[in-house]
Design a protein around this ligand. Structure first.
Ligand code: ATP
Length: 572
């Protein structure tokens, strides 16, 4: 039986380490002591989640509730807790400090095991309806009453959705392999299972029960796959040099949907793998009509303007991603889904088949008005590719996607199986997605909005760090400035994110939560930004400007520092 105190001690150790190898070994030691019935929950815990995203069970208890629970456990007043929090900048640290002081007077605490704590967290997350907030505070108070100060630090951070141990998914997978095989030899098959199910807890559990389960792991309806991702190149010539004869598809600027069907049951998942079925009744009805019993496919959804007989812009299409007024939105902005991949059909896992074969199946299966194959052509020369690219731009699309005819579906990976060529701001340059980690006060004409710009970071999976890459001062409309300031004020923190590598200090730090798409002129070497830095020099975006908020991306999916480095070399 795994005690939560032992888990918390390991978390504490992890926080003080930064090297991936060392973290892997620490976790592997813990995994060796973990039982079959515990591993699933432990893995979720380390990921900072209570269940995979598509289950729709969110943590994120409000700060005020946590403050109240800490007050009632520690015997301090709410005002005293708030004062400590103002100083510490981290409610987990505050809980630990105040419980440390209480310790001398506490009469009794009972040891909690991991499963007990997990169940309590689950109850806190799912209780809803009237009186649920009181219930949540009560349950958290009970947990904290039994917790040691260190346990309290992690419990509080976890329920706030801010655990952030700085342990990435690859490190967890490595550690499971090291715990069982003594080395990373099982990592690849574990990773494959994770990429085609997006549920690391489940994969670890099945593996603990019998490692053979992982070798046989198959794609299955209602377990969404991690989306395949595209590499980028800058010219048609580079693409043909890399792929030779390839499939060239239109690149639509809407939102990605992964559709699953079994009999009459249909579910739709976003790019972040959240369940979005209820938002798109028109797509659900169309999927139901497809002649297949079991099916998984992917496409890009665009809203169609029936009066003007053309597609709406990205911003207008985004009206469809809403929680209310769904019926009216479906009439005003009817969706077309351009199907660009198929992953599973009537018992057969298609992810291992060649793209050219998958494409043939798509053409046969999707012939409707709503679900149609993405436009595609097999191309052998840079000249023809360029023509298609220019045509796509003249039709108002984003560019093209070139696809390797022989490649299988690379779930969860950015590979040269897909290569994107995009146009933005009149030049063939790309945009990057970064996470906002701070913002600046407004000066001059901006003073009235109290908002002067954003500090943006990329992610470096080699060391688990966020690294700054741009300070954005332009691209904001007045409305956006107001909206951004409001959103960011809610997640202000006293300290920088624990895993941030930085030299620039913004006026305000914020929790790394919002992903933004940023356009720029080129990439330069910088002595103030830490992105992919070597010998005190990092990379930075020159003339960065905000394109849009990317609420379809999680912070795990932002551009990596390595990609920025690659883009730097590509531009030369
Ligand atoms: P990425 O998905 O590579 O992280 P991103 O979300 O910022 O980046 P882009 O860089 O614009 O998006 O390109 C990939 C996205 O393009 C896919 O996730 C998909 O939503 C969209 N897309 C549009 N048309 C196609 C197509 N024909 N094939 C594949 N993807 C397409």
């Amino acid at each position: 039986m795994l005690l939560f105190a032992d888990v918390a001690a390991v978390f504490d150790k992890l926080e003080q380490r930064s090297g991936r190898l060392e973290m892997t070994d620490i976790l592997a030691e813990l995994f060796k002591k973990t039982g079959n019935e515990e591993i699933e929950k432990l893995v979720y815990f380390i990921q900072g989640i209570i269940a995979p995203p598509y289950e729709g069970i969110d943590l994120g208890l409000g700060e005020r509730f946590a403050v109240e629970a800490i007050a009632s456990t520690s015997g301090y007043t709410v005002a005293q807790v708030d004062r400590n929090y103002e100083k510490s900048g981290d409610l987990g640290d505050t809980a630990e400090a105040l419980l440390e002081k209480r310790k001398q007077t506490a009469l009794f605490t009972s040891e909690m095991d991991l499963l007990y704590v997990y169940d309590a967290m689950m109850r806190i997350s799912i209780s809803s309806g009237s009186g649920s907030q009181e219930q949540k505070i009560k349950q958290l108070t009970e947990l904290l009453n039994n917790a040691s100060p260190i346990e309290a630090r992690f419990i509080v951070r976890f329920v706030l959705g801010r655990l952030r141990l700085g342990v990435g998914d690859p490190t967890i997978l490595d550690a499971v392999s090291v715990a069982h095989a003594g080395d990373k030899s099982l990592r690849e098959s574990l990773e494959h299972a994770y990429n085609v199910s997006a549920d690391m807890g489940l994969v670890a559990k099945l593996f603990y029960i019998d490692p053979k389960n992982i070798e046989k792991f198959k794609v299955q309806p209602f377990k969404p796959l991690m989306p395949a991702l595209a590499e980028r190149l800058s010219t048609p010539k580079q693409i043909i040099e890399k792929l030779g004869k390839c499939g060239v598809e239109m690149k639509y600027d809407g939102f990605r949907l992964q559709c699953h069907k079994k009999g009459d049951q249909v579910e739709l998942y976003s790019r972040k793998l959240e369940k979005m079925t209820y938002m798109f009744p028109d797509v659900v009805a169309a999927v139901r009509k497809i002649k297949a019993n079991e099916l998984i496919f992917e496409g890009e959804a665009l809203a169609y303007n029936t009066k003007k007989k053309r597609y709406f812009s990205f911003q207008q299409t985004m009206h469809r991603r809403r929680k209310h007024g769904i019926e009216k939105a479906s009439t005003d902005f009817p969706l077309n889904l351009f199907v660009f991949d198929i992953l599973y059909l009537d018992g057969e896992d298609l992810t291992e088949r060649k793209y050219s074969e998958r494409r043939d199946i798509i053409k046969k299966l999707f012939k409707g008005k709503i679900l149609k194959p993405s436009k595609s052509k097999v191309v052998a020369t840079a000249k023809t590719l360029e023509k298609i690219f220019d045509k796509s731009i003249s039709e108002g699309l984003e560019g093209i996607m070139a696809k390797d005819l022989k490649a299988h579906y690379t779930a969860g990976k950015r590979k040269f199986a897909w290569i994107k060529l995009k146009k933005s701001y009149g030049k063939a340059v790309d945009t990057v997605d970064g996470v906002v980690i701070g913002y600046y006060r407004g000066h001059g004409s901006r003073a009235e909005f109290e908002f002067g710009g954003l500090l943006i970071a990329t992610y470096n999976p080699d060391n688990g760090k966020l690294e700054t890459v741009a300070k954005i001062g332009s691209g904001f409309s007045e409305d956006e400035m107001k909206q951004l300031k409001e959103m960011l004020d809610e997640i202000k923190t006293e300290k920088p994110p624990t895993n941030l590598d930085y030299r620039l200090v913004p006026d305000f730090w914020v929790e790394p939560k919002y992903v933004v798409e940023v356009a720029f002129d080129d990439i330069t070497i910088s002595s103030v930004h830490s992105c992919a830095q070597k010998n005190d020099k990092g990379f930075a975006l020159r003339f960065p400007r905000l394109v849009k908020l990317r609420d379809d991306k999680t912070i795990k999916e932002i551009t990596t520092s390595h990609e920025i480095e690659q883009m730097f070399h590509l531009q030369r």
